[in-house]
Design a protein around this ligand. Structure first.
Ligand SMILES: [Zn+2]
Length: 144
């Protein structure tokens, strides 16, 4: 690892740090979308966009649930938000899962997985993602 390389936050692989200041790219090892923000000449902040999207969804869903609990929004609006969240989570999981099927790299809470282990987990993610995408879409159609 040279000074101008950085670590992929998803697969922990070493990736080359490009010259541009801010850039979106796919990790060449795990295929996940990454955002790079150069801090200094040889340092950059690298974030996994799928992780950012998942984290960003939590306060949104929490906020909508709180609004519903406090009766600020009606049940139909709440169902619409939850269906939308399911749809978004589904799309994220399908993206994550298909990237894993392509690259045979995935991870679980214990760490990075490779080959067959990663492949099976990616299949599960893809199936789960497609299911929540369909449920979310169906929910939006019913509520909408
Ligand atoms: Zn990676």
């Amino acid at each position: 690892m040279t000074a101008s390389d950085c670590e992929c936050p998803f697969c922990k692989g070493v990736i080359e740090l490009r010259q541009k200041r801010l850039r979106l790219a796919e990790c060449s090892l795990c295929g996940r979308p990454l955002a790079f923000a150069r801090v200094t000449q040889n340092k950059a902040f690298v974030a996994s966009l799928l992780d950012l999207a998942k984290v960003a969804m939590l306060p949104l869903v929490g906020g909508v649930t709180a609004a519903f609990a406090l009766a600020y929004i009606d049940p139909q609006a709440y169902a619409g938000w939850i269906a939308g969240a399911l749809l978004a989570w589904g799309v994220i999981d399908v993206w994550d899962g298909t990237a894993g099927l392509r690259t045979h790299v995935d991870r679980d809470p214990r760490g990075v997985l490779m080959e067959a282990e990663a492949w099976w987990r990616s299949i599960a993610k893809t199936v789960f993602g497609v299911t929540s995408t369909l449920l979310g879409s169906a929910g939006l159609l019913v509520v909408g």
